[in-house]
Design a protein around this ligand. Structure first.
Ligand SMILES: O=C(O)[C@H](O)COP(=O)(O)O
Length: 232
């Protein structure tokens, strides 16, 4: 049996300020740091021993992985960072306050942008400083693969090939894997792992700092799923 732990980063400073974040690189808030340490303790209490960990190239997820693994006593395991685990790109909404945006465009439109499967927020212009083409961390990538905005479907379209080419083969070779990532890159993975419909995934929320454990058979089919915070 394999164990896959999906961990959304702890609360970020922009989560606290209720701002659309996406690929903007904001750090954890004090509460987020506490959540990251607590996530490691929950994993320790559950006897989980990740052999390998993956995260995005965004500080809030990297720091959550580090702080969680540190409190678990397993800071020494391999930690691989990849942009394909980044949060979904929030396009021209990046940086805006979510409540103010709902006042301007209406709750329904904001809900569609946030939770519909296929409707992306308005895109960024390529010369906008928030466009990933203007961020040196993506300089080595084909500019055509860098998004100006993303729906959850677009996010799944980059997460799934990464799952298939890197994560699933690595999981087949180990017993326990930790993925510290983001609300929507993890929702994309959950959709795939659980075989959820485009409609069903719209109702799935993932809390910050709460390790979700999937027990998988050797063919990587899900046998059981539970939240460590709920079980504690
Ligand atoms: O990118 C963000 O703003 C959040 O981390 C996730 O946002 P959401 O709850 O609107 O999907």
């Amino acid at each position: 049996m394999k164990k896959l732990i999906l961990l959304r980063h702890g609360q970020s400073i922009w989560n606290l300020e209720n701002r659309f974040t996406g690929w903007h690189d904001v750090d954890l808030s004090d509460q987020g740091r506490t959540e990251a340490v607590a996530a490691g303790q929950l994993m320790a209490d559950a006897g989980l021993k990740p052999d390998i960990a993956y995260t995005s190239v965004l500080t809030r997820a990297i720091r959550t992985a580090f702080m969680g693994l540190d409190s678990l006593g397993r800071l020494w395991i391999p930690l691989i960072k990849d942009w394909r685990l980044n949060e979904r790109h929030y396009g021209a909404l990046t940086g805006l306050n979510k409540a103010e945006t709902a006042e301007q465009y209406g709750d329904e439109q904001v809900h569609i942008w946030r939770r519909s499967f296929a409707t992306p927020p308005p895109p960024l212009d390529r010369d906008d400083a928030r466009h990933p083409c203007n961020d040196p961390r993506y300089a080595g990538l084909d500019p055509a693969s860098l998004p100006a905005t993303e729906s959850l479907e677009d996010t799944l379209d980059r997460v799934l090939p990464y799952w298939q080419s890197q994560l699933a083969p690595a999981l087949a070779d180990c017993s326990t894997m930790l993925i510290a990532a983001h609300g929507n890159s993890l929702r994309a993975l959950v959709k795939h792992l659980e075989g959820l419909s485009d409609e069903a995934i719209t109702g799935v929320e993932i809390a910050t700092g709460d390790p979700l454990v999937y027990e998988l058979d050797d063919g990587l089919s899900v046998e059981r799923k539970y939240s460590l915070r709920e079980r504690s």
